[in-house]
Design a protein around this ligand. Structure first.
Ligand SMILES: Nc1ncnc2c1ncn2[C@@H]1O[C@H](COP(=O)(O)O)[C@@H](OP(=O)(O)O)[C@H]1O
Ligand SMILES: [Mg+2]
Length: 265
């Protein structure tokens, strides 16, 4: 894989998809449909998916592409693959809450090594460089010119007072019970893969996910967090969260800055 090319293409496609999504977000009305798993989908998810898939297939015709919106891709298997969630946080998008992201990642032998997470309504873009380090680009974003890239890194957590972030739309009692095992200084909710990025920049120390996600929801955020020095482990045994699993479904997990003294489930 040519990582310079990959980084460049991921960034450009994320920005283009973000523009498309914002056009629809800012329009008066859009239809909300229900998928077979009962989750919502809009024309923004579909338009962003078309754009990103076409761009990735043209640039990397030999690399397997898995995307949330193409059910046929979910039965593909490869050691290394591209994985896309064109609009993560669809519920946030529908409710016009701003916490939604475009996600493109590259997985090598079970490990997400490169990714971009773009939150167009928040003007935040997080990306792993060709060097594998993670950066936040300072907006406004231009498609043809990469702006200022600030290297990001995780916090040095204080276990006497941790900053915790968890889901906005899927926050239940099990999540609260687990959070209550820690000494919490501040706990906030955020939608989508932005939660990984908040841990990556040090805005949060810990993101526990006691609820279902799919690999396309997490791969790009996971790559950004890894490139900033963070870790993502399974909730049940604290082993690393891996990719390319059966039907691309994730177990519950914990994303955190090293130094957090993890509690058992
Ligand atoms: N029961 C479930 N099964 C599978 N994925 C689920 C799920 N409930 C939530 N998710 C995933 O969690 C994502 C939202 O995350 P969060 O709650 O952190 O904002 C959704 O992404 P989409 O919005 O892309 O569908 C969805 O894929
Ligand atoms: Mg998603």
């Amino acid at each position: 894989m040519d990582f310079e090319k990959l980084t460049h293409i991921m960034r450009t496609l994320a920005l283009e998809a973000g523009d498309k999504i914002m056009e629809i977000y800012n329009s008066d009305d859009f239809e909300v449909k229900s998928k077979s798993d009962d989750s919502p989908v809009t024309i923004a998810d579909e338009a962003a998916d078309d754009l990103i898939s076409a761009g990735l297939r043209a640039a990397f015709p030999d690399v397997t592409l898995i995307t949330e919106e193409q059910a046929g891709s979910h039965s593909l298997k490869a050691d290394s693959f591209l994985i896309v969630d064109p609009l993560d946080g669809t519920k946030e998008f529908i409710n016009r809450r701003g916490d939604f992201t475009v996600n493109i990642a590259y997985v090598e032998n079970g490990v997400p090594t490169r990714g971009v997470v773009y939150a167009p309504a928040k003007d935040r873009l997080f990306i792993t460089g060709a060097d594998g380090q993670s950066y936040e680009e300072v907006g406004p974003f231009e498609k043809d010119t990469i702006g200022t890239l600030n290297k990001i890194s995780v916090s040095k957590p204080d276990n006497a007072g941790l900053l915790i972030v968890a889901s906005k739309s899927h926050r239940d009692q099990a999540t609260e019970d687990y959070i209550n095992k820690y000494n919490v200084k501040d706990s906030k909710s955020a939608g989508s893969s932005l939660k990984f990025c908040l841990v990556a920049t040090g805005e949060a120390d810990l993101y526990p996910r006691v609820g279902r996600t799919m690999e396309w929801d997490t791969a790009a955020g996971h790559a950004v967090l890894s490139g900033a020095g963070g870790h993502v482990v399974r909730f049940d045994n604290h082993e690393p969260l891996t990719y390319g699993k059966d039907i691309y479904a994730n177990p519950f997990f914990i994303a955190y800055a090293p130094g957090v003294e993890l509690k058992t489930a």
